[in-house]
Ligand binder design. Structure first.
Ligand code: ATP
Ligand code: MG
Length: 249
């Protein structure tokens, strides 16, 4: 494996991919009166069809950054460009459309609808998408073809997370955002979920940005962004990410 460190703002020059996500000078504060800066000029660039991971201590602004990239929240300053479009220029309606059609989200605690089956959880998203994949195909891709009619409470944690991934990819998003997707899972199950994300990246060409506390996961990604106090302070690139199955925990 070759690795090369660049400055936080640097982007590796390559003919493969091209710039897909560009975050520049992003600023976000919370609170009225006592204002707490959370993002303090954050820069991050990720190429198309790559997997990037954000590492960093609790409270360093990882989720805040991801929520802005996903159009769930808005920044106070700076820019986010996804596939040539500038999110800060979007109206609220355009942002909603962006969230609905172009981004998939996977969270730590799955966020499935409890009274819908696995199949129905995927279906509700596919129904509102422009070019959805087939629900059955996606459930098969995550290895849950036979659990389609189970409710979330009848599935293990890893299975629920796989339904959540199916739900996120059924709309064939260009960008998949995963906030600690293995945070609630044991090692074995986590590796299965990570292998699935690598397959989604390879087979669907989805660009993936993932947050984790586990630095072992960094080896399976193309780009590693280390955050501290609201800034990306270090970037590392891997030309050949390690398959998830070979990651040592
Ligand atoms: N809606 C909010 N209102 C006020 N403060 C917030 C809000 N959301 C986040 N913060 C604060 O912003 C800081 C960064 O939060 P964020 O959730 O981005 O951190 P994180 O790096 O994802 O942490 P963790 O690893 O614990 O998930 C924290 O100090 C948090 O308390
Ligand atoms: Mg977080």
């Amino acid at each position: 494996m070759t690795t090369s460190a660049t400055a936080a703002t640097g982007l590796r020059n390559t003919t493969d991919g091209g710039r897909f996500l560009a975050v520049a000078g992003l600023r976000k504060s919370y609170g009225t009166g006592v204002v707490t800066p959370v993002l303090r000029g954050t820069d991050l660039e990720l190429e198309r069809h790559r997997i990037g991971v954000i590492l960093g201590p609790s409270g360093s602004g990882k989720s805040t950054l991801m929520n802005i990239v996903g159009g769930i929240d808005r920044a106070d300053g700076g820019t986010v460009e996804v596939d040539g479009e500038r999110l800060s220029d979007f109206t609220d309606d355009q942002l909603l459309e962006y969230r609905r059609t172009r981004v998939g989200f996977v969270f730590q605690f799955y966020n499935l609808v409890p009274n819908l089956t696995a199949g129905e959880n995927v279906e509700v998203v596919s129904n509102i998408s422009e070019k959805p994949l087939q629900t059955d195909d996606v459930l098969a891709a995550v290895g849950l073809a036979d659990k389609k009619d189970r409710f979330p409470c009848e599935l293990s944690g890893g299975e629920q997370q796989r339904v959540a991934i199916a739900r996120a990819i059924v709309k064939s998003p260009r960008l998949l955002l995963c906030d600690e997707p293995t945070g609630a899972l044991d090692v074995e199950t986590s590796l299965g979920v990570l292998a699935l994300l690598q397959r989604v990246n390879a087979e669907f060409g989805t660009t993936i940005l993932m947050i984790t506390h586990n630095s072992a996961i960094a080896d399976m990604t193309h780009s590693v962004f280390r955050m501290r106090d609201g800034q990306v302070e270090d970037v590392t690139h891997h030309d050949q990410p390690v398959p998830a199955e070979r990651i040592q925990w």
